[in-house]
Design a protein around this ligand. Structure first.
Ligand code: HEM
Length: 245
């Protein structure tokens, strides 16, 4: 209890909360992308996967609540830290110098954060609640009949012949609208920039950054963020180009 209070009240504690929740959220977005890339495989894959996730029931809700708590703590710590540093910089005469020295990603951290938040809210209305494009939402599409079994870690979790929601057609139907597809592309681009600076900062917070490997670390993080961006871009992009039907 004392540790939690200390973490919430001290600047270092808030930095640790921001970095720790950042790690969880990076884990989620990377895992989500890996799952989503199954859209390029046989339809059994992504539809079996989506059905399996939905069948987790209470476990899925526990994960959702945990992620929501992480998002709230991440935004709270970022806001408080940013207000604190603005206050501290108010009395500092070399503001312009600092601004020039900052990288593009770090300067736009707050802006990209707002867009990511707006994107998540739209995305939930789109694919989880079905409010954005009801015509192509799960229940309004014909069911998909599994051709084979779907396994997770060698265990059959969805059997051949099972009628499941057609997640693949929902995603494709959604991105057939160019405005929606372009919005996703821009949002994942900004999310990747947010991740780029966030990942670098968290190494600093955990004290894993030093001069000898700073450049190498930056190169690796930049490559991973570029791969993340391209992976996400590929899904709406392929639908727009008619390569995913
Ligand atoms: C092209 C990119 C993306 C595609 C195709 C996609 C697809 C989907 C789909 C189909 C669902 C609904 C799953 C279901 O209910 O069966 C979903 C849920 C979700 N997605 Fe994405 N997603 C993408 C990018 C993202 C990104 C970048 C984030 C985070 C910043 C994100 C966060 C979420 C969240 C929080 C949910 C709700 C999970 C739940 O219902 O518990 N997605 N996504």
């Amino acid at each position: 209890m004392d540790l939690a209070r200390h973490l919430l009240r001290s600047t270092l504690g808030r930095k640790l909360i921001m970095a720790g929740t950042g790690v969880v959220l990076i884990g989620f977005v990377v895992g989500h992308l890996v799952g989503n890339l199954q859209v390029f495989e046989d339809p059994d894959r992504i539809n079996g996967y989506a059905h399996f996730l939905q069948s987790l029931g209470p476990v899925l809700w526990l994960v959702r609540i945990f992620l929501l708590v992480c998002v709230v703590l991440h935004i709270w710590s970022a806001t408080v830290l940013s207000l604190e540093s603005m206050k501290a910089r108010g009395s500092e005469p070399y503001r312009v110098k600092k601004w020039i020295g900052a990288t593009f990603a770090s300067r736009y951290m707050r802006g990209t954060g707002y867009v990511v938040l707006a994107f998540i809210l739209y995305h939930l209305a789109h694919f989880t609640l079905g409010a954005a494009q009801p015509a192509t939402f799960k229940e309004n599409l014909p069911h998909y009949v599994m051709k084979g079994d779907y396994h997770v870690l060698g265990v059959t979790v969805v059997r051949a012949g099972a009628e499941v929601l057609d997640c693949r057609q929902m995603v494709i139907g959604g991105f057939k609208n160019p405005v929606v597809a372009l919005f996703y592309m821009v949002a994942v681009g900004l999310l990747s920039l947010h991740l780029l600076h966030g990942a670098e900062s968290l190494f600093q917070t955990f004290g894993w950054k030093n001069h000898s490997w700073e450049r190498g670390l930056r190169a690796v993080v930049t490559l991973l963020c570029a791969a993340y961006f391209l992976g996400n871009l590929a899904i709406p992009g392929s639908v727009l180009l008619g390569m995913l039907r």
